[in-house]
Design a protein around this ligand. Sequence first.
Ligand SMILES: Nc1ncnc2c1ncn2[C@@H]1O[C@H](COP(=O)(O)OP(=O)(O)OP(=O)(O)O)[C@@H](O)[C@H]1O
Ligand SMILES: [Mg+2]
Length: 853
Amino acid sequence: MAHAPQAASPHFWNLSAQALCEQLQCGPDGLSDTEAQARLARHGPNADAPPQARGLLAAIGRRLREPLSLILLGAGVVSVATGDGVGGGIIVTILGLSIGLDTVQEGRANRAAEMLRRAVALRAEVLRDGTFRQVPVEAVVPGDVMRVRAGDIIAADALVLDSEAFTAGEAALTGEPYPVEKRPGVVTTSAAGEASNALFRGAVAQTGEARALVVGTGRNTLFGAAAAVLGEGQEVSAFQRDMHAFGLVTARLTLALVVVVLATHMLFGRPVLESLMFAVALAVGLTPELLPMITTVTLSRGALRMAGRKVIVKRLAAIHDLGAMTVLCTDKTGTLTSAEIALSRSLDAAGQNSPLAARLGAMAASLGGDRGALDAALLASHPDASQGWTLLQRHAFDFNRRLGSVWAEGPHERLLIVKGAPEAVLALCTRHRLGGEVQPLGDAGRAEGLQRVHALAQEGLRVVAVASRQRADAADRAIPLSSADETDLVFEGLCAFADPAKPTAAAAIARLSAAGVRLKILSGDDPIVVQRLAQQVGLPADRVLTGADVAALTDDALAVQAQSVDIYARLAPDQKARIVRALQSRGAVAGFLGDGINDAPALKVADIGLSVEGASGVAQAAADMILLASDLEVVADGVEEGRRTFVNILKYVRMGASSNFGNMLSMAVASLFLPFLPMLPTQILLNNLLYDFSEIGIPLDTVRPEAIARPQVWDMQGLLRFAGTMGPLSSLFDLATFGGLLWFFQATPEEFRTLWFMESMATQILVIFIIRTRVRPWRDLPHPALAASSLMALLVAMVLPFTPVGAWFGFVVPPADMLAGMGALVLVYLVCAQWLKARALAWPAGRATALTR
Ligand SMILES: Nc1ncnc2c1ncn2[C@@H]1O[C@H](COP(=O)(O)OP(=O)(O)OP(=O)(O)O)[C@@H](O)[C@H]1O
Ligand SMILES: [Mg+2]
């Protein structure tokens, strides 16, 4: 194939379009639908990796190789080898439960996530059956004719057929930091970085538009996997890091405990095998084997619920980050205002109403516009402005110059039309048109023009200035239009657009702020317009920083300013990212909501990138979540879901860190002082199995509003405080149980084990109803699934000793008096736990304080 970069054969950019078409057996008019299907089958989907054959067996095998499973397997082998079939059976059951649940749930979660992701998958525009059509990026095949416009991520390696002011950012691929211009032609170089006629998969279209012939797709592209922007960037989130850290702490504690227990037992001359089994059972009991399952299920359920609220999650772990968000930065158009803005005034250079400025603007928009709201509004005002005119060249709009121009040929003249932000355009004007006459424009005239812009902005109108110049010289056609041509212009007038605040914006901002999320506007628009809007939606608008102000500040100074200033205007794209970084440097968990190519850098930097459906490709690719409705209300809903998800994960972690850990600790300690094992290894394993089962319902559990009122961050300190309070309480009651059984009831070892098993099961399971909520347990009833799973586990534990099966495990029927004593003790424990939890729980801890203080 032509695109295989072999040393001997030429690179595709060394060939002419015609030669390539012959090789690829296609033409400049694209493919038919059937041909495209056939090619898709032949070349495979345009994706980085082939769909992994992730069979059920492979998934199970992967989990079996994890350290936790290996410990369990080892324990099982030791059990069976020592003739303890029951113990072995339980271990295998635990292993099966953990792996089975995780595999099934993860499979389900993946399918659900995949479905959602597909709904917002990036699309490419290709010529099929004679018309340009949006198809999923994966469906692009060699031979397709593809149209690429500013803001798109290039979907495949391709040869440029024609282009208008098209530049591509290839920094991630070739290392070239500046956008490079792409034009049709043949290039002889072998260096991809110099191939000015080639588009590479994964590069970003910065300006203009191009049509190109697709040469290579998927991994059969020059930069292959380097173009991973098209796929899912799998960065590790703060949440995943925290979970990993928690896992490490648990593993170390477990190991330490097991080693100490084993060593001491040896020292006391206890039977080696029995001690080993006991230690292994303790290790199994201490391991939070359901954590992966609980996390996956909770997150994927969260993602599904969020989809119901019009938020599509691309990166699951971002759900938690959204719940932790303390500052949301947003651009203005489309989120705070409706995306459909309308032209409300067209003024000439003297400030009189005149359609000329709008007509010229519409012509420029029609011949060489972007897909932005301003151009759409201009076009709507003069739909046939460009009739009789053809485009000669254009210098596309870019967010750093804040202007763009087209050079067009009409019936009588060749005209260069420049439009953009008023201060940028006026600075290039030396003349203005007054009543049909072109007259010189001095500093005073320019100041007057800006004054008028000011007045319009006060009315809440955003303004674009239009200027023009004759550029008749036909010989110029060979030289591309550049900034050098955008000088000595005639100021034609101003177009003013109404861009009113959304009616829902103020309420949504108030809701976010009540939830501890502070809103900041990071706009490229005029300071006065942004300030006025801020007032309308109820944001403190007394201070505004402009791009020029931001540029003058050092990083440290900006970090200080960013704490208090909420309104930013006339920002360049990387200044948006800089402000996000400044906020993060002071401990904020920062979200960014934006839709434009100018928002992509900030979206990438933010902890949570939010974009909207139909946003530019780069913005969507850089985002972690896509909003199906561009509305802050939706974000507020998402924040709630994120926090709810986290609260449920935290429930499991808290349970493990307090009652489960406390019980295993007491067991270890007791084993050192008792003349017999406080519980047989099989009994410990059974205890653990039932306890696991009791918690299966946690991901479904309900969450009360006050638990999600503030941003939630993983708080290791708080968790340790919780464990340090609730753990000793549990141990205290374990000690009471020991004492009572040994000295008061003079229990036999069998009775001792049976009753302690029952006590530890009852306390461990029932305490979840207390720990899961902040209020009294009966005021906040759990989800039926959690109630069912835990009460069922409890029932089994309580009934088992009375059945013949109990005897297998070494249980005996407990005497009534001991049973009554145990029941009383459990009751007192629960009352104490309820009393103590208010002191141990510090629900909304965290970094929010860094910003709200
Ligand atoms: N198509 C265009 N033609 C002319 N000027 C434009 C065009 N698009 C943007 N501008 C100018 O560039 C400025 C910055 O663009 P824009 O307001 O879209 O930035 P932004 O940061 O995305 O703002 P927002 O917060 O409103 O979304 C605009 O205020 C306008 O003056
Ligand atoms: Mg914008």
